[in-house]
Design a protein around this ligand. Structure first.
Ligand SMILES: C[S@@+](CC[C@H](N)C(=O)[O-])C[C@H]1O[C@@H](n2cnc3c(N)ncnc32)[C@H](O)[C@@H]1O
Length: 369
């Protein structure tokens, strides 16, 4: 087995391969067992979210690799019972060491193909964190998620979802991706529409708890809702879009037509504001980043689908961009506006394009000279 080191993440000690990924991109496989330091924030979010809800579910970290997320949940969310599973036999020593390092009595190692794990047992919280697309694992995860349980799903295949590899997106997600400034909002909403469509096949629906784009990946946490009506309700929140990069016009439609070729996207909310209210960054390994993101997620107009970027407005109107704060303030004087978590230069608003352009003109520094 490769050489290992011990690090601290949050309040948990983790034995991880000495050679591991520490930066952006999907992460190189530096050893037989995968670990990416940059995903500490992603694991922080799981801990914050599970701490914020009333129930303490049984947890299946189905693709746990070193057992890092499983150990953190077992250690930092009291009351959980965690199964740390990975198909790779080399993972087991890491998982066992991490259980021992933290003296965990509520975490068990498991070395199964998750397709088998989820035919044998169901869990209140199911986590999928694959290399690339979660699509091949979705059906099994849904089978393994108990009634009204939580599905937590990562997709690191951002290139197809964000439209850089449209052919792959059509094949994997059966969705037409969006390019340009709305690509990450679009990628996240394609992932969510895929989860909703897969759940519907089982007469199950979903209610988003928290969904975001970060670094090189998309992540969604959804509460599963039960029954045919719940499934139909979720499907009714899917729709299609059009985005004209020349005129900047954006529009949605419930059904695809020649003016709405993109999608299907999840057009419902990204988050549950009650859950966000209860989430706290205390003790997290990336506390500052957690605080910053919690603030943006809480304030974000998450039911608005259209993202506008200062750069597209500035080149369209040939006027210098205002400060983001000034733009948001002005948008809120006319309607509603907020930052978006996908980019520091983007915002969301409920105003129509014409009003957005007028507000921009009004606060552009060129107009104030
Ligand atoms: C990106 S890594 C997971 C990283 C981990 N969640 C973390 O936070 O460090 C993906 C893992 O999925 C595992 N895997 C792939 N196919 C699997 C399957 N069918 N069943 C269970 N695990 C699988 C791989 O062995 C690999 O360890």
């Amino acid at each position: 087995m490769s050489r290992h080191i011990v690090i601290r993440e949050g309040n948990t000690l983790l034995s991880v391969p000495a050679e591991h990924s520490s930066g952006g991109g999907p992460g190189k496989k530096g050893s037989d067992v995968f670990f990416n330091e940059q995903m500490a924030f992603n694991r922080d979010v799981s801990v914050m979210l599970l701490r914020s809800i009333n129930e303490k579910p049984t947890v299946a970290d189905a693709m746990t690799a070193t057992g890092s997320r499983a150990a953190r949940i077992a250690n930092e969310v009291p009351g959980t019972e965690v199964t740390a599973n990975d198909i790779n036999p080399d993972s087991v020593d890491y998982i066992k060491r991490n259980i021992e390092l933290n003296g965990l009595t509520n975490c068990v190692p498991s070395n199964k193909n998750l397709h088998i794990l989820f035919t044998e047992s169901a869990y209140g919280y199911v986590d999928l964190d694959p290399f690339g697309s979660p699509v091949p694992f979705l059906q099994s995860a849904i089978r393994g998620c108990s009634r009204n349980g939580i599905l937590a799903i990562t997709a690191t295949d951002a290139a197809p979802l964000a439209g850089a590899q449209a052919v792959k997106c059509r094949r994997r997600y059966q969705s037409e991706p969006i390019r340009g400034y709305m690509c990450h909002e679009g990628g996240l909403r394609i992932l969510m529409s895929t989860v909703a469509r897969e759940l519907a096949k089982f007469d199950r629906g979903m209610k988003p708890m928290l969904s975001f784009a970060a670094d090189h990946y998309y992540r969604t946490y959804v509460r599963v809702t039960e029954g045919a009506v719940a499934a139909d309700n979720s499907l009714s929140q899917l729709g299609y879009m059009e985005y004209n990069m020349k005129t900047l016009e954006r529009s949605t439609s419930k059904l695809p037509d020649e003016n709405h070729r993109l999608g299907p996207f999840w057009l419902g909310p990204l988050h549950d504001s009650e859950i966000l209210k209860n989430m706290s960054s205390e003790g997290m390994s990336r506390e500052k980043r957690c605080d910053k993101m919690l603030k943006i997620w809480r304030e974000e107009l998450d039911t608005e689908v259209f993202v506008y970027d200062m750069s597209e407005l500035s080149s369209h109107l040939k006027m210098s961009p205002p400060r983001m704060e000034a733009m948001i303030e002005a948008l809120n004087n006319h309607g509603r506006g907020s930052k978006t978590h996908v980019s520091p230069t983007s915002f969301k608003t409920d105003l129509p394009l014409e009003d957005v352009l007028n507000v921009y003109r009004e606060v552009s520094p060129d107009n104030l000279r």
